[in-house]
Design a protein around this ligand. Structure first.
Ligand code: B4P
Length: 191
């Protein structure tokens, strides 16, 4: 199964990714995790990304595309879950082109519906270095401007499904699994 998770920062993409990849045994590709690993390792890319992330801005499309492209080309599992990518129209179009080349079209884009007040509370409780009030406000503005238009983009391709992202974490996973049932590969009948 090939899935994209779309939603505002703090809408629970990373949290729900864990349950989804465990259930469907697909590869988890989180651009946020990849960038944080680069920052922690102090690589040149990480040094460049750190300030941008702490300011609540998006890292350049070229950097993110470079990171994701090789991993998609190397992917040898039955599918993948893209978490936090694409985040701009440029990234979405580049992803389409790559997946067309690989003959691996997306099955579904799951949009996490959570209001900004709830997001603010969740992220302020987390204490990550890009989770202070000012940076969160900036991240939400950037989301609104750069990423929210992707909803319409995927809606027009008939790929978008919306999941209500508020409630107990397990309840939200169940909602997601119900949606994903429509896209899970059929298992061959026994005998
Ligand atoms: P990400 O790592 O993608 O982080 P995020 O959007 O903040 O979080 P997510 O939606 O995954 O929320 P989570 O489950 O953690 O991005 C970080 C930065 O990296 C970006 O700002 C940007 O600078 C850069 N970046 C990443 N991808 C990029 C790209 N493609 N292009 C350019 N730049 C890129 O949940 C948040 C909190 O809520 C957690 O504490 C969790 O425990 C809690 N929570 C989750 N579900 C809950 C629930 N149901 N109820 C209550 N709390 C819940």
């Amino acid at each position: 199964m090939r899935i994209v998770l779309l939603g505002a920062p703090g809408s629970g993409k990373g949290t729900q990714s864990e349950a989804i990849v465990k259930k469907y045994q697909i590869r988890h590709l989180s651009t946020g995790d990849m960038l944080r690993a680069e920052v922690a390792a102090g690589t040149p890319l990480g040094r460049q990304a750190r300030e941008i992330m702490e300011a609540g801005q998006l890292v350049s499309d070229a950097i993110v595309l470079g990171m994701i492209e090789q991993r998609l080309l190397d992917n040898d599992t039955e599918g993948f879950l893209l978490d936090g990518f694409p985040r701009t129209l440029v990234q979405a179009k580049a992803l389409d082109a790559l997946l067309t080349k690989l003959e691996q079209p997306l099955d579904v884009v799951l949009f996490f519906d959570v209001d900004y007040e709830e997001i603010m509370q969740r992220l302020l409780a987390r204490h990550r270095s890009d989770d202070n009030a000012e940076t969160i406000r900036k991240r939400l503005q950037v989301y609104e401007h750069e990423t929210a238009p992707l909803r319409q983009y995927y809606e027009s391709k008939d790929n978008l499904r919306t999941v209500k992202g508020v409630g107990q974490i397990d309840e939200i996973s169940e909602r997601i699994f119900r949606i994903l049932e429509d896209f899970a590969p059929e298992t061959a009948p026994a005998g």
